[in-house]
Design a binder for this molecule. Structure first.
Ligand SMILES: Nc1ncnc2c1ncn2[C@@H]1O[C@H](COP(=O)(O)OP(=O)(O)O)[C@@H](O)[C@H]1O
Ligand SMILES: [Mg+2]
Length: 381
């Protein structure tokens, strides 16, 4: 039988599929067991959700997870909260008892059973009607759960999504004042849009200011992930040069998800017994780009000629020193003012960003950068 592609991307990974990060997991365990709140920052696809899920799973604790990714309406927020409770209820039924406490009983709950598994389906529509009471109901439920069963973890993912709601601030304020009283329950917040996450947790004017221990997660060290990847390729009879692999990893800024996507494609375009080299890489990138090209093309179309030139040059010089000599040499005749304006636009469109530590620019989508480099090499042939 053909061995299955071992590289997984686009979903949460835990257990055997989860690589490295042993020290971070240990730290998270300490915080969780002490009932501390944590906020996890990091780029998209770097592995925040997987890390948090793995840490909780290892402790075998029940988890109430709500994903607030781009939640647009209050109704949607309510549905997501209900879904989170439903998932938890499948592992550890508690809702009925909470209702029995009588505090929040308004209307009726309905319970049906999934055939043939007989897993109870509880529906709580009647309880969650308006956004503030939904959030306080949700937090009350967590609190009561904790009081009875001990050791529940609340995990609010893509938390910055709440800022999109009309009454975001009042929702956040009532959340904060409630959470503050839940001393023994660890709340874990995570989010990919750094600017917004910082607004919530680092701005003294914000209700969540300093309410959780910040954890910044970056790439997994290549010395940790590299050997695992080499071994996985070898298990399918493919040979890879570790140094080349490291080069690819760095090209993708050490983004775990993108790296797995590329490895998945490398596996698809190669056969057992093969040494992976330049041609396989080109084929693999073509596989990755295939679905993305319409998006890339749309971006390029929406930019002016000068903006496109700056974007392309950034790709070619890997975002380094946009006001330096090398940039100007590659870009041709272009004024610093034009570059400046174009950079503002590219940042606004979330195409590039500046990491804290440098004046260089990074692409949000490193595969887009590689595609631009590829395009440029064709056009100069
Ligand atoms: N520790 C890890 N080991 C292996 N792959 C990982 C790990 N962390 C992340 N990944 C890869 O990254 C992808 C995105 O992970 P995810 O946890 O969803 O990131 P985030 O929440 O930061 O966007 C996963 O589908 C997987 O391919
Ligand atoms: Mg995530």
């Amino acid at each position: 039988m053909k061995p299955q592609n071992p590289f997984v991307y686009g979903r949460i990974v835990t257990g055997k599929e989860f690589f490295g990060r042993a020290k971070l997991i240990e730290r998270m365990h300490e915080y969780i067991l002490a009932g501390q709140n944590i906020v996890v920052f990091g780029e998209r696809r770097v592995g925040k959700t997987s890390l948090i899920s793995e840490a909780i799973q290892q402790l075998k604790l029940p988890c109430l997870k709500v994903d607030f990714y781009e939640v647009r309406t209050e109704r949607e927020m309510i549905i997501r909260a209900i879904r989170g409770i439903e998932r938890l209820e499948k592992q550890v039924p508690f809702f009925n008892r909470w209702i029995a406490l009588g505090k929040r009983a308004r209307g009726s709950i309905t319970q049906t059973f999934d055939q043939p598994s007989m897993v109870p389906n509880v529906s709580f529509g009647a309880y969650f009607e308006d956004p503030i009471s939904t959030i306080t109901d949700l937090l009350d439920y967590i609190h009561a759960f904790q009081a009875k069963k001990k050791g529940v973890v609340a995990f609010f993912d893509e938390f910055q999504g709440l800022l999109g709601l009309e009454n975001a601030l009042s929702i956040l304020a009532s959340m904060r004042s409630e959470i503050q009283t839940h001393e023994h329950t660890p709340y874990i917040f995570a989010g990919s849009i750094r600017r917004k996450m910082h607004e919530i947790f680092m701005d003294p004017k914000h209700p969540f200011y300093k309410s959780a221990i910040p954890l910044e997660i970056g790439p997994i060290d290549f010395s940790e992930i590299g050997p695992i990847i080499v071994r996985l390729f070898e298990s399918g009879g493919r040979k890879v040069d570790s140094e080349q692999l490291q080069g690819l990893y760095e090209m993708l800024y050490g983004n775990t998800g993108d790296f797995q996507q590329l490895c998945n494609a490398l596996w698809e375009v190669s056969k057992p017994g093969q040494m992976l080299g330049k041609n396989t890489l080109q084929d693999a990138l073509d596989v990755v780009w295939e679905t993305e090209i319409p998006i890339y093309a749309a971006y390029r179309k929406s930019l002016t000629q000068q903006q496109n030139r700056v974007l392309q040059t950034l790709a070619l010089v890997d975002g380094k020193e946009p006001f330096g000599g090398q940039f100007r040499k590659v870009a041709g005749d272009i004024s610093p003012g034009t570059v400046q304006k174009a950079l503002v636009k590219l940042e606004e469109m979330d195409l590039v960003f500046q990491p804290y530590s440098t004046n260089d620019y990074r692409f949000y989508a490193p595969f887009f950068k590689l595609w631009l480099v590829n395009q440029a090499s064709y056009s100069t042939l």
